[in-house]
Design a protein around this ligand. Structure first.
Ligand code: ADP
Length: 559
């Protein structure tokens, strides 16, 4: 039976007197959906996420196709047969969207059978009542639609399910977003926006428009066509996900193919569009998609190039790093062996020199005494240097052992000052020891290493000070549980460039030699490494060359 108001259509899809927007909204929605759907399916036919997305695009296209038929056809029996399918398809579609989002967020894993049961329970009433007159009660032969005969409970039910689905998806996305990191966060935002936009527009527009048509406020439901644009937006977002984030694991070539196919599709709209507004809309969409597509492909190409360059550099770096480590290891071994070999003859030289000086082998003339004293002094310096090398190789090979115990840092520092005062005085320097303590000054550290550090810092001050004084101050900060030993001198000072490097291996200031030639540039390196190993630190301060220096050695108070 043909509806009264209309003539029989000349062609199946092209009846006269149709809203112009129809061709713009329905055709691209179907074709773009199917292209993206097939594309995703072909890229992973066995993956659940891909299959679900494909099913969504097919169901959506089916809905649009049925809508197109109901707009263009005038056969009452055909349209009244189609009518209940709108609700059925929409409900299956929204539930599939929830299913899809679940698997997308769980990286392809299927949902539990409990969740599947909930899906089925929600769907069951729609499937059961759709074929009965509890979904539609009749047909309007004049207007060729069934709006006035839709059973509202049925319609409210499936619309509510759609909103439940939208809310469900939203909570899933928020939960996953909080746990996700980096790129996946961005993918969740894109996928979430696309999916929610699509569902919300699809459900809301169609519900409101058909409701108002039903109660007679709107003459027909042509406004529902705007609801379909959400799907096109979703498909564009999906292509961004596919091309940029490789969400469905595509290669660049197939991503390019997808963008080109979308462009061709939209362009082919121009051949159908027989009115100005459709032409303008199509051209606008075409321009927008071209710009987005080009931008996407460019950015992906750039990313791929950068990645491969980075990969190359990383491999080179890894190689260089490995070689460096090998060389460093060899060097440490060499230093260790060489130092041990040097130490024994040196001990013999020192021992004999001091025995000769003590005249254990008989009287020595004064001239010879001066020479032998030099031998003793130089071999002492050499022994110290060798000790530095040995310490470096121990630190670098991780063989430095620390024996921790509680001891009084103030007392130890005072003893060191007493020992070194003569050495300072020989150079015409005053060595002053002071304290400013609220605690007893107890630390838990390796006593030998601690003494070595303080000694080294004071000896450096003696070495690098020509005249004036060296002040040693032990102070504490009971709130922060720290104890500090400040060693302040009136020596050659340090420029800011020197300050930056003195704690590195073999680094000496350019003016260091002018004052004191003996030195390896290892003392501070060894000292800071040992301090750090005992949870302490050393810092250096100077106003500049010639303006004196202040070194601060810090340890934790053991209270
Ligand atoms: P070394 O004294 O054997 O050269 P260090 O590692 O102990 O090696 O010190 C590194 C450099 O730091 C020294 O060469 C010197 O330039 C600078 N330096 C250390 N202590 C002082 C100080 N008290 N005053 C000025 N410069 C110093």
């Amino acid at each position: 039976m043909i509806c009264y108001l209309y003539e029989a259509p000349k062609y199946f899809f092209f009846a006269s007197d149709l809203p112009q927007l129809l061709y713009y909204s329905h055709f691209p929605a179907i074709v773009i959906s199917l292209v993206v759907g097939f594309f995703v399916l072909l890229n992973g036919p066995k993956k659940l996420t891909n299959r679900l997305l494909f099913l969504i695009t097919v169901l959506f296209s089916l809905w649009v196709l049925l809508s197109l038929i109901s707009w263009t056809n005038t056969s009452a029996s055909l349209i009244s047969f189609i009518w209940p399918f709108f609700g059925v398809i929409k409900t299956i579609l929204t539930i599939l969207c929830v299913y899809f989002i679940y698997t997308f967020l769980n990286k392809g894993e299927d949902v539990s059978s409990a969740v599947k049961t909930v899906f089925l329970l929600l769907l069951a009433p729609v499937l059961i009542f759709a074929p009965t007159d509890l979904s539609i009660k009749g047909f309007d032969l004049v207007n060729c639609d069934a709006f006035a005969y839709e059973v509202m409970y049925f319609k409210y039910y499936y619309t509510t399910i759609s909103y439940i689905a939208i809310f469900w998806i939203f909570t899933l996305l928020i939960k996953a977003y909080k746990k996700a990191d980096g790129d996946f966060k961005k993918q969740i935002i894109l996928m979430g926006t696309g999916m929610e936009l699509f569902l919300f527009m699809f459900v809301t527009f169609i519900f409101i428009v058909t409701y108002y048509t039903n109660i007679g406020v709107l003459a027909d439901s042509r406004l529902e066509m705007y609801g379909l644009f959400g799907q096109v937006a979703f498909m564009v977002i999906l292509s961004i996900l596919i091309v940029k984030f490789k969400t469905f694991q595509t290669s660049l070539i197939s991503a390019k193919a997808l963008v080109i196919a979308l462009l061709l599709l939209i362009a082919s709209q121009l051949t159908f569009a027989d009115n100005a507004s459709s032409v303008v809309l199509t051209i606008l969409t075409l321009l927008l998609t071209t710009v987005t597509g080009l931008f996407l492909i460019k950015s992906v190409e750039k990313e791929i190039k950068q990645k491969s360059e980075l990969q190359k550099i990383t491999t080179q770096l890894e190689l260089a790093n490995r070689r460096l480590k090998e060389v460093d290891q060899l060097k440490s071994e060499f230093v260790s062996i060489a130092s041990h070999q040097l130490r024994s003859p040196l001990t013999a030289i020192r021992g004999y020199a001091s025995m000769v000086l003590e005249e254990s082998y008989g009287k020595i003339p004064d001239k010879a005494r001066i020479a032998i004293k030099r031998i003793e002094d130089s071999s002492k310096l050499m022994a110290l240097g060798i000790e530095d090398y040995l310490n470096v190789s121990r630190i670098e090979s991780g063989n430095m052992k620390y024996v921790l115990s509680d001891f009084n840092l103030k007392n130890e520092t005072e003893k060191i000052c007493d020992d070194l005062r003569t050495e300072a005085m020989e150079q015409g320097l005053v060595l002053i020891f002071r304290t400013d303590l609220k605690s007893k000054g107890i630390v838990n550290a390796d006593i030998g290493k601690t003494v070595q550090i303080v000694q080294n810092l004071i000896q450096n001050s003696i070495k690098y000070t020509v005249k004036g004084s060296i002040k040693v101050l032990v102070r504490d900060d009971v709130v922060r549980k720290k104890i500090h030993v400040d060693i302040e001198d009136t020596g050659i000072g340090m420029s800011s460039e020197t300050l930056e490097k003195i704690f590195q291996k073999f680094e000496r200031a350019s003016n260091a030699n002018s004052v004191n030639v003996s030195g390896t540039g290892l003392g501070l390196y060894v000292a800071i490494k040992m301090a750090e190993a005992m949870n302490g630190d050393i810092s250096a301060h100077s106003e500049g060359d010639g303006k004196g220096s202040r070194f601060t050695f810090t340890l934790n108070l053991a209270m």
